[in-house]
Write a protein that binds this ligand. Sequence first.
Ligand SMILES: [Zn+2]
Length: 139
Amino acid sequence: MNTTSIAPCGVICDICLGFQRDKNKCVGCNHTGNKPYHCTVCSIKSCAEKKGNDKLLCYDCTKFPCRRIKNLDKRYISKYGESPIQNLEKIKEIGLDSFIIREKEKWKCSECGHLLCVHRAICLKCGSKNEYYPVYFQK
Ligand SMILES: [Zn+2]
């Protein structure tokens, strides 16, 4: 996880299934190369790009949080228990570097040390449970 791992919307590429899987691996939002179709047509990404390099994270935008990012946030919270908007607010508060250190620690699998995947209930490497996955919240 590094400073280019955070998409403008606050989604963390390193913990995404597309980024972690071996087959058809995604290069990540801020890189050019193989990406899932819905990411190549992402309106949030293209909006951020239009605003230029100094606006690569959406919290800098005068429209933040816009309707698009609110919709994304709602979907992420209900499906995965994660809030990209909260990520951005945290980055604004503590800075990108500190945020990354925090998230690396948070998402580290307690069994094998690999990063957990936000889209899966278990660690992709060793199969231990991902405690942040919503199915475990409901217990
Ligand atoms: Zn593991």
